[in-house]
Design a protein around this ligand. Structure first.
Ligand code: ASP
Length: 318
């Protein structure tokens, strides 16, 4: 019979606020502090929940909720503009314990898309609801719709104005002039070794035709399985879909015996990069190990583990 700290399950919380080619000179100290403070608060709520014995699923939902409420990130309140001048949001959540999942896409007016995704998982017989149907489900679940003004943001508006009459779709990753990036995500391992992942996004500026990225797609932008890992991605969605990125990390661990770090690095630094995908991911395994690879100049990220490791960072660490 064992006693002591070694028998305690390690738990970990990791979050991201999007990957991108951040030009360091354009980031002011003040703005950097704002991002880091927002990331730190979102990390802390999730981590505290885990420390108090809460589930990985509750932790990722809570952290993503907070990030969605911040205007700094491209999710919830800070979502980018579509070609029609609206906001269409996508989100997914997955519980690694029973491989339960819920996802929504092309939803409008919902303050916290991740909560709706979780309701799809827990209160419907389905996994993925989109557009009008998803909105009818939200209505049935008594969601109150926010006024479009709630999602208005000057910087996002200017990004959209710059390209709205063109056929250009702009990923936050390709923006060099603005300091705003940001799909958000969270992964967690709780004290019982359960894993969960959540991702939420406004997608691409000026998107049209009902474009949906990788974020709400189980296996592409979001995946969790207690046997392997929980993953939340951020990057050029079209490539992440084609690379089935989140599931690929899990597969490399399950079928090839790679460690979390080896698998995550292989997918981001080699496989998705080879097909043209830029971005990154955050991941955690059931032992509480974490990985946060990205092939862009930076990725807004933060993590905290029960073995005392903690960091909030944006750029590559030298
Ligand atoms: N992956 C997201 C999408 O393609 C965008 C992002 O991560 O910033 O919709």
């Amino acid at each position: 019979m064992g006693t002591g700290i070694d028998d305690m399950k390690r738990y970990s919380m990791v979050i991201h606020g999007g990957a991108g080619t951040l030009v360091k000179g354009l980031m002011t100290t003040e703005l950097e502090l704002k991002y880091k403070t927002a990331l730190h608060s979102a990390l802390e709520v999730g981590y505290t929940l885990l420390a108090n014995g809460g589930t990985a699923l509750d932790a990722v939902a809570l952290s993503v909720n907070l990030l969605e409420n911040s205007p700094l990130f491209n999710a919830g309140k800070g979502s980018v503009f579509t070609n029609d001048g609206t906001h269409e949001m996508d989100a997914a959540i997955m519980d690694g314990k029973e491989l339960q999942a819920g996802a929504v896409s092309l939803i409008t007016g919902i303050k916290n898309p991740i909560s709706l995704a979780r309701d799809v998982m827990e209160k419907s017989d389905h996994v993925f609801l989109a557009g009008e149907g998803a909105m009818r489900f939200a209505k049935q679940q008594n969601y109150v719709l926010e006024n479009p003004n709630y999602f208005y943001d000057e910087v996002r508006y200017r990004q959209w104005q710059g390209i709205k009459d063109s056929d250009t779709f702009q990923l936050d990753h390709s923006v060099k002039q603005e300091g705003k990036f940001g799909t958000v995500g969270a992964v967690a391992c709780d004290q019982n070794g359960n894993l969960a992942a959540a991702t939420s996004t406004g997608g691409m500026t000026n998107k049209k035709w009902g474009r949906v990225g990788d974020s709400p797609m189980i296996g592409a932008g979001t995946y969790a399985n207690n046997k392997t890992c929980a993953v939340s991605c951020t990057g050029s969605g079209e490539f992440f879909i084609r690379g089935v990125v989140a599931y690929d990390v899990s597969c490399l661990m399950e079928y090839k015996g790679l460690s979390l770090k080896q698998a995550a690095d292989e997918v981001i630094m080699n496989r998705v990069l080879k097909i043209g995908g830029d971005g990154g991911l955050i991941a955690v395994d059931a032992q509480g190990n974490i990985a946060m690879p990205f092939n862009t100049e930076g990725m807004y990220r933060a993590y905290k583990t029960s073995v005392g490791m903690e960091e909030v960072a944006i750029y590559k660490l030298i």
